[in-house]
Design a protein around this ligand. Structure first.
Ligand code: NDP
Length: 485
């Protein structure tokens, strides 16, 4: 019997599911069991061409609709997603392995938030009038054209919506390529957008590995590329886009600091560290994986952290009592195990976890290392798994310098009851998305993105509109033209 996760076809192009079995098969493996639950096929050059051609053909008419009409369709799609949240959350769990306890509240719902928010903004995208005596300039906020979205595997529904919603609100069309590891959810987003009335061709989904992404990025018809992925892929995609002067948004990796001062509420700080390291089994780009704890409270913090980490319910992701699921696939599990071994070998003190779980599927124990020093591999490289490094510090000046000593700059958090210090420290940290007495909140109303190697541009909020549109200015002369001859 066909598994319920098996999509109708691999791609969604020009308003319909499309198949081309000549493309390389991509097995979809359920991370909790290791069983194959579906198969899709990578896009062939013919499929890539169909998707780009239909995106290009549909864009102008879409941009000519009023913003209110475009927004109504996006908001209708948000309503459909919310009405079908349970079914979509189950699919997200099949795609990623993340527990239903999370997917019910963080994935389809976050996608719906983006569609609702940008749907609401679509009707208010205006230019300005600039008086110049008798003459005047007016500006128009125009769509960029055909956009390409490329996703990572940790939030397949959310990433499709975070890119698709602002792009479409501004009058662009999009071809979206999910990660080959999680090909299912973006197809549902496309299907629902069309059910909500989206004209055919405005949002297309094609499957494939990196080479399909590269084919999309280098096509001269494409005006903008928005990537969520690792720093090495980001550098390649940015360079490829630069060849044609395409616009880019790069949401890349991180090794973010979370700083806990000795006056902090310990339970809140421990809660922040748990959210910022173990949610989605640690597969979150903005995670605060370097937890700097001031020396005076270090042992108290570690004891409480170990106690609460022991309460994680590891098991069947479809059981809503489960609070900690498997890694997305075997490969990622092995990468993270490699880092755990490096942590042990380089002398970090293992507080809890540190091994694979003795059960089917790609489960790792939530792992905490203490006495981590700045030069250790686990303190320098993005692990993208449930491995927390706890480092100690003495002074504010010292911790700020150490927190900033990294190529990354995605997120940063501070826990303290001294708000003057909190704002001063945040002001001195090199990061795009920051938190005070909290960690990893990502509401659609707030800009999201990194500085330094962690990215270019911002997703969500009104900032995303700037990255999916451009301004045309028009000088209007009311009198005669004066010329030298
Ligand atoms: P990758 O960088 O490996 O892949 C990202 C996407 O790019 C995938 O769809 C991939 O295809 C595609 N791709 C790979 N090579 C190319 C290329 N040359 N041209 C165009 N596209 C290409 O990242 P992961 O999927 O492994 O995701 C994990 C990374 O994503 C982490 O580093 C994490 O920090 C980052 N991330 C960042 C977020 C942010 O908002 N800042 C949010 C979530 C994750 P395929 O994999 O199918 O081959």
């Amino acid at each position: 019997m066909t598994h319920p996760a098996q999509p109708k076809a691999s791609h969604f192009i020009n308003g319909a599911y499309v198949e081309d079995t000549a493309g390389t098969p991509i097995p979809v493996i359920y991370a909790a069991t290791g069983d194959q639950i579906a198969t899709v096929h990578a896009a062939t050059p013919a499929i890539v061409e169909q998707a780009l051609a239909s995106g290009k053909a549909a864009q102008k008419a879409w941009a000519k609709m009023s913003g209110t009409e475009r927004g109504r369709i996006l908001r209708r799609a948000a309503d459909i997603i919310r009405a079908r949240n349970h079914e979509l959350s189950v699919l997200e769990t099949y795609d990623t392995g993340k527990p239903l306890q999370e997917t019910l509240v963080a994935d389809a719902t976050s996608g719906a938030d983006a569609l609702e928010y940008f749907g609401g903004l679509a009707g208010s995208l205006t230019g300005e009038h600039i008086p110049l005596g008798e003459d005047w300039v007016y500006t128009m906020r125009e769509a960029l054209g055909l956009c390409v979205g490329i996703g990572a595997w940790n939030y397949p529904t959310q990433i499709a919506c975070w890119k698709g919603a602002p792009a479409l609100a501004c009058g662009n069309s999009m071809v979206f390529k999910p990660s080959e590891a999680t090909p299912l959810c973006a197809l549902k987003v496309a299907e629902i957008l069309h059910e909500a009335g989206l004209p055919a061709g405005v949002f297309n989904v094609v499957q494939g590995m990196g080479e399909v992404g590269a084919a999309l990025v280098t096509d001269p018809r494409v005006d903008k590329v928005s990537l969520t992925g690792s720093v090495p892929t980001g550098k390649k995609v940015y360079a490829a886009a630069a060849a044609d002067m395409k616009h880019v948004t790069m949401e890349l990796g991180g090794k973010s600091p979370m700083i806990v001062f000795d006056d902090a509420d310990i339970d809140n700080a421990v809660g922040g560290a748990i959210n910022g390291n173990f949610y989605s089994s640690g597969q979150v780009c903005s995670n605060g994986t370097r937890v700097f704890v001031q020396k005076g409270i270090k042992e108290k913090f570690l004891a409480r952290l170990a106690e609460r980490t022991g309460n994680a319910v590891i098991g069947d992701p479809m059981d809503e009592a489960t609070s900690f699921g498997p890694m997305v696939n075997e490969n990622q599990m092995n990468i993270v195990l490699g880092y755990i071994e490096k942590g042990k070998a380089e002398g970090a003190r293992l507080i809890c976890g540190g091994a694979r779980c003795d059960m089917p599927g790609w489960y790792l124990q939530p792992t905490v290392f203490a006495d981590v020093t700045d030069d250790m591999t686990i303190a320098r490289e993005e692990i993208f798994g449930p491995v927390m490094s706890v480092l100690d510090f003495d002074s504010e000046e010292e911790v700020v310098a150490r927190a900033n000593d990294t190529e990354f700059g995605l997120s940063a958090g501070v826990f303290t009851k001294d708000f003057t210090r909190a704002h001063r420290v945040i002001g001195n940290l090199e990061a795009g998305s920051c938190f005070i007495n909290s960690y990893n909140d990502a509401p659609v109303e707030a800009p999201f993105g990194g500085v330094k190697a962690s990215g270019v541009g911002r997703e969500n909020s009104k900032e995303a509109i700037k990255h999916f549109s451009q301004v045309k200015s028009v000088y209007v002369r009311m009198g005669d033209v004066e010329a030298a001859f």
